[in-house]
Design a binder for this molecule. Structure first.
Ligand code: SF4
Ligand code: SF4
Length: 352
């Protein structure tokens, strides 16, 4: 059943998810970016704000309407909640060990873009985890660095959502054309007494989402990326990228599927207490490839090659899928404006 919710209906959905014990996380405007945080009602959503993105560039901008999901990916992703940047694991005091890992809250994610829905699926596959309740916001306005259509991850929501919304703001009002993707989603739409969409409303929403595929800011080259990366281990192009790459690791931090971690032990000054902590790690850190005797990827060229080869190539061998969903975050948040689609295209045409 395709249904239609208005803003009050969306507010009631948030309220019901909270009432049933979920921590609802959604987009909020904070510190000059559209980021993700707990939301209590529609009043917390970034109504009327969009974003402008390009390589090395991200700015929020006022929209001409009051859309609440009218923005592409921001600096945080749902990874920050499913796989937090820092996590305490075990503590010991006077030789006694105890687990201090905190259980994950019962999340409901609101306003998940289709690229990020695909990323949640990939991350949960890697972590062996279950996805939370997901309210997807299908894409009608791709951003300047978006390329999910060429990765097969958008602009329509793929599997894994409980409810998928297409936001529409026009002379007929502000509303959300909603489809259920699970029994729980269907139950909630029913409980909200959402009115059924007319066939014309449902068709218009589908057509708007389909049109977005032709308005992505960029695209991956149409080649077998796994084969491309495997054939280019010795390409001189890695050195070309290394002359621009700062090895800052921003791309891996913002990427919604990068999952690498390291473990650190911290002891008190007196030595009687200790804590083991997990934190995100990046393949751009020299120590990331430290084996006996030292790091095996000391050059920036080797580290960039590792990132792109794993993301687009060997991820297929490990997990049967690409590690990239085309969200464009690594392009927008790279201080050097390095663009994975441009680097893949350069490899595809044999550029040095
Ligand atoms: S590609 Fe960009 S974001 Fe990634 S490490 Fe290099 S400079 Fe930093
Ligand atoms: S590699 Fe870049 S575009 Fe692909 S999923 Fe990661 S951040 Fe998004």
């Amino acid at each position: 059943m395709t249904a239609v919710l208005d803003l009050a209906g969306l507010d009631a959905l948030i309220g019901e998810l909270r009432f049933t014990g979920h921590v609802v996380v959604g987009p909020v405007l904070r510190d000059g970016a559209i980021t993700l945080a707990e939301v209590e009602s529609v009043a917390d959503l970034p109504a009327g704000w969009g974003v402008e993105t390009a390589p090395g560039h991200y700015r929020v901008r006022r929209r001409g309407d009051e859309a609440v999901f009218g923005h592409s990916a921001g600096p945080l992703s749902w990874k920050n909640f499913l796989h937090p940047p820092r996590r305490a694991l075990v503590a010991s005091a006077e030789g006694e060990f105890r687990s201090i890992a905190e259980p994950r809250p019962r999340y409901a994610f609101l306003g998940v873009r289709p690229c990020d829905l695909a990323a949640i699926g990939k991350l949960c596959q890697v972590l062996g985890d279950r996805a939370p309740f997901v309210v997807a916001a299908e894409c009608t306005e791709p951003g300047g660095v978006c390329f999910c259509a060429s990765m097969g991850c958008g602009p329509a929501a793929g599997p894994g959502y409980d409810i998928a919304l297409v936001e529409r703001v026009d002379e007929e009002g502000h509303r959300f054309v909603a489809d259920a993707g699970s029994a729980q989603g269907l139950f909630l739409l029913d409980w909200l007494s959402a009115r059924p969409a007319t066939p014309a409303e449902a068709a218009a929403a589908r057509s708007e989402v389909a049109d977005a595929a032709g308005r992505m800011g960029r695209a991956m080259p149409e080649v077998d990326l796994r084969d491309l990366l495997a054939a280019n281990r010795e390409s001189p192009h890695w050195q070309d990228v290394a002359e621009r790459c700062l090895t800052c690791g921003n791309c891996t931090m913002v990427c919604p599927t990068c999952f690498c971690v390291t473990v650190e032990d911290v002891t008190s000054l007196a030595g009687g207490e200790a804590e083991r902590r997990e934190r995100w790690a990046s393949c751009f850190e020299v120590d990331f490839s430290h084996l006996h005797g030292g790091a095996v990827r000391t050059s920036p060229a080797a580290r960039y090659r590792q990132w792109l080869t794993h993301k687009l190539g060997t991820w297929h061998d490990q997990f049967g899928t690409s590690g990239c969903v085309g969200c464009g975050r690594c392009v927008a948040w790279c201080p050097a404006g390095i663009d994975v689609t441009a680097e893949a295209a350069a490899l595809a045409r044999g550029a040095p």
